[in-house]
Design a protein around this ligand. Structure first.
Ligand code: 5RP
Length: 296
């Protein structure tokens, strides 16, 4: 038995200092469990409350789209500038080194290609594999108004139930059919349905008119997709307007990896999202990094 004679009693109980009870920094997330909050705090920077997710999951339905032909060559060098990487388990296991500690958002639905009806998806990853891969969230596509609307909503609720069992948040991705109006009214409907049914955060598109109403009546954080490639200055302006109007960041793919200089673009987007940098200054930053890169 250890000799306890002579051990100095020098405990500090701080009886005059109440223990701090802090609220969680993310909108609508205060009542979640510790593991869920901890994962969200890895995705969203607790200082800015925002995230730059780098989305490279497009191959699961479109194959090697422009910019994603060689993820090892074109995407891995960008990861250091992202807060989170969104991708499929196939790319994660085959290309991303396990020493990479950036939080992973795993594409967890699939089953269709660009050659068929895209809304006809199912859950394509089981929860054990998500745990095995140590992911910070699972992403599910939800097609409100789409042909397989109900199936896609059930995919989401099942994923939420499975994830909740193990503290893994679910990101609902609102997918819009090509023939549907992309306006604030539609996105208020789509984001709110996902949130009401339990999604922990939601990816949607930015709309010029009334985006702030989409953000304000969605009770959990919203991130915007970049959408089709547009000129860099326009993409930075879109990201700026989105965060100023209530988005908690971006989940951007093509407007980063198809930019003329992806490494400069992701840094400029980061400045807009985390530092509220104005689009003009962020664009200067983009050009400066791009020019430096072209010299090296
Ligand atoms: C595909 C996705 C993509 O991750 C999403 O579209 C983001 O990429 P982009 O900024 O290129 O639109 O969810 O279903």
């Amino acid at each position: 038995m250890a000799d306890i004679d002579g051990v100095k009693e020098a405990k500090s109980f701080y009886t005059d200092t109440p223990q701090k009870t802090e609220g969680f920094f993310l909108k609508g997330s205060n009542s979640l469990d510790w593991g869920m909050k901890n994962r969200l705090a890895r995705i969203f920077n607790p200082k800015s409350g925002r995230t730059v997710m780098l989305a490279v999951d497009h191959g699961y339905f479109q194959g090697p789209t422009t910019g994603l032909e060689r993820i090892d060559i074109n995407i891995l060098p960008l990861v250091q500038y992202a807060d989170t990487l969104m991708l499929t388990r196939g790319i994660l296991r085959s290309i991303v080194p396990p020493s990479e500690t950036k939080p992973i958002v795993l594409r967890a639905t699939g089953g269709t290609s660009i050659l068929k009806e895209l809304s006809n998806e199912e859950i394509a990853v089981n929860i054990e594999d998500s745990i095995r891969l140590n992911v910070c969230a699972m992403a599910v596509q939800v097609f409100i108004g789409g042909e397989y609307e109900k199936q896609s909503i059930i995919n989401m609720t099942q994923l939420i139930d499975m994830g909740t069992r193990y503290g893994i948040p679910t990101l609902a991705v609102t997918a819009v059919g090509t023939d549907m109006a992309r306006d604030a009214r539609y996105f208020r409907l789509a984001t709110r349905i996902c949130a009401e049914l339990g999604a922990h955060y939601i990816k949607t598109y930015y709309v010029e008119k009334d985006f702030e109403t989409v953000a304000s009546c969605c009770p959990v954080p919203i991130v915007i997709a970049g959408g089709k490639k547009i000129p860099e200055m326009e993409a930075l302006t879109m990201a700026y307007n989105a965060v100023q109007q209530g988005a908690s960041g971006v989940d951007m793919g093509r407007n980063i990896f198809q930019a003329e200089c992806p490494e400069a673009m992701i840094q400029a987007v980061g400045a807009v999202v985390h530092e509220n940098e104005k689009p003009e200054k962020a664009f200067d930053m983009y050009n400066t990094i791009k020019n430096e890169q072209s010299k090296s």
